[in-house]
Ligand binder design. Structure first.
Ligand code: NDP
Length: 252
């Protein structure tokens, strides 16, 4: 519903493409002021321009979320320019699937640094603000992007799945502390979404596997996930939809 996020101050990581971009646009369309974080500044500027054309409020905050100091600096800038953050979508992630025996250690590190440490840096930078917003009686949300890979046994997904299992589980654990403080914590576990995610895979067989799936079935679009995240954030304050699995209807 229009106006569902009026008065909210949101942060979206990974907002330069795919799920994060669509979610930033959806949050803004529903009335939130949105800070967009990712590394590609020109892409962020283009999304901000589109949001503003549609009457929304957004700022681009170019940030590498694997760098703790950069995320803390982003949080300071956002607090000054938009106010106290009460909605955080910790979504930036990378999927570099390969067989473990190929020992693609750089790909392992990249996934752990972004999918785990990047989310922890985001938590460090914004949980104090969520806690403070909730204490002031406002609705406060931390939403993470996990994946169905968190629970499934999929060949070549070992390190990626491990990082997403971490995200799903830490999200459950965070609730034990933050829920009591009236900060809602949720995770969304999507199946196949048509985004730039497969473009970074360095294993040709694994890339083909994903390209084939996109051709064979009617996969999710980023907007499908964005609308789900916005629904979660727009629920009444006492309702915490904690774990959401969203799949293309034909994906098993
Ligand atoms: P995209 O590749 O389109 O988006 C990834 C986003 O993360 C980009 O905006 C990218 O921007 C950003 N990013 C990458 N590295 C960094 C960094 N170091 N600091 C800040 N931002 C960074 O893929 P998706 O939209 O699909 O991915 C979003 C999330 O969804 C990920 O966590 C992914 O694991 C998850 N997911 C995706 C699924 C799918 O099928 N697509 C299924 C299940 C989960 P930039 O390069 O400009 O920094």
């Amino acid at each position: 519903t229009p106006g569902a996020l009026d008065g909210r101050v949101a942060v979206v990581t990974g907002a330069s493409s795919g799920i994060g971009e669509a979610t930033a646009e959806t949050f803004a369309a529903l009335g939130a002021k949105v800070a967009l974080l990712a590394r590609r500044a020109e892409r962020l500027d283009a999304v901000v321009a589109r949001i503003e054309q549609n009457g929304g409020t957004a700022i681009a905050v170019p940030t590498d979320v694997t760098d703790r100091a950069q995320v803390l600096a982003a949080a300071e800038r956002i607090a000054t320019e938009l106010g106290e953050v009460d909605l955080v979508f910790a979504n930036a992630g990378v999927q570099l699937i390969s067989t473990i025996t190929d020992l693609k250690v750089e790909d392992w590190d990249a996934q752990i640094d972004l999918n785990i440490k990047g989310v922890m840096n985001t938590i460090q930078a914004f949980v104090p603000s969520l806690e403070s917003a909730a204490a002031a009686g406002r609705t406060a949300d931390l939403v993470t992007t996990s994946s169905i890979a968190a629970t499934r046994i999929l060949e070549k997904f070992q390190v990626y799945s491990g990082t997403k299992a971490y995200i799903s589980h830490i999200t459950r654990l965070l609730r034990t502390e933050l829920g009591r403080k009236n900060v809602r914590v949720s995770t969304v576990e999507p199946g196949m979404v048509d985004t730039e995610l497969p473009d970074h895979v360095t294993d040709p067989d694994a890339s083909r596997l994903m390209a084939d799936l996109i051709e064979q079935i009617d996969v999710l679009q980023s907007r499908d996930v964005a609308e789900t995240v916005a629904f979660v954030a727009g629920l009444p304050k006492h309702v915490n939809l904690t774990e959401i699995t969203i799949l293309p209807t034909q994906q098993i």
